[in-house]
Design a binder for this molecule. Structure first.
Ligand code: AMP
Length: 215
């Protein structure tokens, strides 16, 4: 599982890790955006909260995650969880869902807030697979995703107010999970500063070490 502020490069790195280890990438934000796009009851409920940068209710999120974790691909190969848990209540529920298994590793991808704000201002995201781009690193063919061919857009919740609100919520609700997972000896802190390939290299090293230790 990867924790990190909005715009820390968490989404991109989780996607790349999931390709590297050939395991599913479970991103609650992507699942919610897909629900919004499909106009499902969940999506209709989620949209206004997401646009304002608010968190969705814990029960709703954890029900969605529990359903996804039941699927055979996850059971067979494990998974990379991205964007969840974001509150202690979600972390407790996740423990219950996974029991008797548990998360192998929680990575805190650390990027200073000033840099995160710069990245968010120019961030562009694939609507279909969630791949991240930016104004300075666009897809090869104009705003068509290099990975899946989806449309690359400016997220509706990447407004100044919503970004500010998401960072506030991160500090109050999500950052305490760093200590929570550290107390459970699951936490590794990795610097998210630097070129994406360099950051991926750091992540792979940490994940490989954890896998060796548990085998
Ligand atoms: P993300 O793509 O992870 O930045 O998530 C986009 C938005 O989806 C967030 O700002 C929240 O509104 C909502 N969301 C995603 N994951 C969660 C979660 N675990 N708990 C509550 N809300 C979430």
């Amino acid at each position: 599982m990867v924790l990190g502020k909005q715009g820390a490069g968490k989404g991109t790195q989780c996607l790349r890790l999931s390709h590297h280890y050939v395991v599913p990438h479970i991103a609650t934000g992507d699942m919610l955006r897909a629900a919004v796009k499909a106009g499902t009851p969940l999506g209709q409920r989620a949209k206004a909260l997401m646009d304002r940068g608010e968190l969705l209710p814990d029960d709703l999120i954890m029900e969605m995650v529990a359903d996804r974790l039941e699927e055979p691909d996850v059971r067979a190969r494990g998974f990379i969880l991205d964007g969840c848990p974001r509150t202690t209540r979600q972390a407790e529920t996740l423990e219950e869902i996974l029991r008797p298994a548990h998360l192998d590793l929680v990575i805190d991808l650390d990027v200073p807030t000033a840099q995160v704000l710069r990245r968010l201002a120019s961030r562009r995201v694939c609507e279909d697979c969630g791949a991240n781009y930016s104004l300075s690193q666009p897809p090869t063919v104009k705003w068509i995703c290099d990975i899946c061919g989806g449309e690359v857009v400016h997220r509706e919740d990447d407004t100044e107010e919503a970004i500010q609100r998401r960072l506030e919520l991160y500090e109050h609700q999500t950052a305490p999970l760093v200590a929570w997972y550290r107390a459970r000896h699951l936490l590794a802190r990795v610097s998210g500063v630097g070129a994406p390939d360099v950051v991926l290299g750091r992540l792979v090293k940490v994940v490989d070490r954890a896998r060796q230790a548990s085998s």
